[in-house]
Design a protein around this ligand. Sequence first.
Ligand SMILES: NC(=O)c1ccc[n+]([C@@H]2O[C@H](COP(=O)([O-])OP(=O)(O)OC[C@H]3O[C@@H](n4cnc5c(N)ncnc54)[C@H](OP(=O)(O)O)[C@@H]3O)[C@@H](O)[C@H]2O)c1
Length: 339
Amino acid sequence: MRCYRFDALNSLDDLSVHADAIPAPQRGEVLVKIHAVSLNHRDLSVVLGNYVHAARPGLVPCSDAAGEIASVGDGVTVFQRGDRVVSVFHPRWFGGKPHRTLGQETYGNAADGWLAEYKVVPQEAVIPLPDTLSYEEGSTLPCAATTAWSALSGGTPVRAGMTVLTMGTGGVSIFAVQLAKALGAKIIGTTSSARKAERLRAMGADTVVNYAEIAHWGQHAKTVLTGGLGVDCVVEVGGPATVNEALHAVRWGGEVVLIGFLTEDNPGIDYFHLKGSGATVRSIGVGDRAALQETIGAVGGAGIRPVIDRVFPFQDAHAAFNHLKSGSHVGKIVIKVSG
Ligand SMILES: NC(=O)c1ccc[n+]([C@@H]2O[C@H](COP(=O)([O-])OP(=O)(O)OC[C@H]3O[C@@H](n4cnc5c(N)ncnc54)[C@H](OP(=O)(O)O)[C@@H]3O)[C@@H](O)[C@H]2O)c1
């Protein structure tokens, strides 16, 4: 079978195709024939050296895939050949508080990921994919959609009538717009592009702010767009250079959910700004297995179609990674592996 590996972690040129034997499932394991893999910003971070956890070279990249069960090992009770499944981002985090070694087990940086034609995993490491979603759509759910769902449904859950601020038009943020809309929230979306602003409005964003034109977009969201009140929830994907504006945007008692690190400047946070915001600051790491199950239920229940910017064939994986790096996408980038 073919798989990709990052032979070194210097640049995207280090990605190369390898020929491996198709693995055989042992007791309790399933062999997945992979149909589609979606890319996440972390797949770039791992190779470009700014991921939050240690990374080692030589691994198969990517955490998110959808496929069908090709065969099962002894003792597998949940699945049979032909079942459609999606991968679980944290396959050993079943619920409750995350275990200590969570970041040392993740796909692509610490363990072989999913950019391959076949993969063997324990039966608990995949979840059924509903027939209503294609393999390409299913592959977008394990990281980006689950993260957006954890941001909106954890902590103080977003309810109808609340205001959610999303940042940019990448994978997590577009799912946050779609899910928040489905929950009945008002949405303030930000982007750096007029073209993408139109897409955000079409997806249901009530107001769009161009953060390249309005540098103090957080203050703007509070003072102008919410009449001085502030938003209930900020889905914070920008990181060190944007969190201060997020703290300006949020209302007293609202939540800033720390997710991403798309920016490099790190001016720091002033204590009195943090205290004075009155916000709860909650850092999340995608979510547990149950969160993916809930996400699949929410996406299906609300009739959400994952926004796929482009699907690349397996042999064009380099082009897919470069497209992600360009930042020109809206939503998700998918690599079609087979089928
Ligand atoms: N903690 C977790 O559980 C978790 C889970 C998933 C992702 N993440 C992290 O969250 C971040 C987003 O991931 P992703 O996969 O959704 O990324 P992505 O698809 O690559 O998103 C890129 C988009 O982010 C927007 N952006 C870039 N710089 C920005 C800024 N300064 N302010 C506002 N928006 C900005 C841009 O949108 P416009 O072009 O519209 O401006 C860009 O197109 C990454 O850092 C990722 O590692 C964390």
